[in-house]
Design a protein around this ligand. Structure first.
Ligand SMILES: NC(=O)c1ccc[n+]([C@@H]2O[C@H](COP(=O)([O-])OP(=O)(O)OC[C@H]3O[C@@H](n4cnc5c(N)ncnc54)[C@H](OP(=O)(O)O)[C@@H]3O)[C@@H](O)[C@H]2O)c1
Length: 237
């Protein structure tokens, strides 16, 4: 299933500069997809582009800060000029800005800044890219969520703003899946707890495992929508 052939699939991937996104970019290119990868760090994106030459697909870096309200429109313009349509949006960029045990100890503004990247940007991106997705082939949106934002996760201590942002993102997935049913498949992916800047050094998993889960979800038919997957297996919201 994860050896899926994505030849010619046109993908916009956010958070492509490092961590999970970087590994997903590599897998996509190896599977034949044409990828526009975006993030803020130009140098890291260029490194990904140089490394992603070992497959039949392609990787084009586009620098954007997703907290800039103009960014989704600019990315949609890049997609339009390059392809005139989009088959896959992988909304992977995310931040965890505070790790305090109690939400009341988080620095002021943590929730607002977290929501800007983890919830508002995905919403604006889908809005801006809807015409391109509707013109795409078997269009899919994957929102990269987290086990931290499940109903069960909300009862766990720590990372309060992050948990709330991913819980809200799961709500966005369910709403978009319902309202776009029959047009665009929208699903959530839990990439697992893996070693990245966000996941930390103590995480048990690797970004390659996350990329495996992403590829498994992208191999699902577009009739699969409004669901949550981890490692190729459906999990509860
Ligand atoms: N690692 C884990 O254990 C884990 C577990 C569950 C869920 N997740 C989720 O998986 C996704 C990827 O996480 P990760 O672990 O790979 O994190 P990471 O290594 O910290 O990478 C985050 C990515 O998001 C991009 N990004 C952050 N803020 C941005 C902004 N304002 N504009 C544009 N891009 C921005 C970063 O690029 P620049 O800094 O270059 O902009 C980077 O490419 C996130 O949604 C995260 O919540 C991760």
């Amino acid at each position: 299933m994860t050896g899926a052939d994505l030849t010619g699939r046109r993908v916009l991937l956010t958070g492509a500069s490092r961590g999970v996104g970087r590994a997903v970019a590599r897998r996509l290119v190896r599977a034949g997809a044409d990828v526009i990868g975006t993030a803020r760090d130009e140098q890291l994106l260029d490194e990904v582009a140089r490394a992603a030459t070992d497959g039949p697909g392609s990787f084009v870096p586009v620098v954007a800060d997703l907290t800039d309200p103009a960014a989704p429109g600019r990315l949609a313009d890049v997609v339009d000029q390059r392809w005139g349509a989009l088959d896959v949006l992988v909304n992977n960029a995310g931040v965890m800005l505070a790790r305090d045990e109690r939400f009341e100890d988080e620095p002021a503004g943590t929730l607002e800044e977290t929501l800007a990247v983890n919830l508002v940007a995905p919403h604006r991106l889908v809005l801006a890219l809807l015409p391109a997705l509707r013109a795409g082939k078997e269009p899919q949106v994957v929102h990269v969520s987290s086990g931290a934002g499940t109903v069960a996760g909300m009862a766990e201590p720590g990372i309060g703003s992050y948990r709330v942002s991913k819980y809200a993102l799961n709500g966005l997935v369910l709403m978009q899946a319902a309202q776009l049913r029959g047009q665009v498949a929208v699903n959530a992916l839990d990439p697992g707890w893996v070693r990245t800047g966000l996941g930390g050094d103590q995480a048990p998993g690797t970004v390659e495992e996350s990329a495996f889960g992403a590829m498994a979800l992208l191999a699902e038919p577009t009739s699969v929508t409004g669901r949550f997957f981890k490692d190729g297996v459906e999990i509860p919201f």
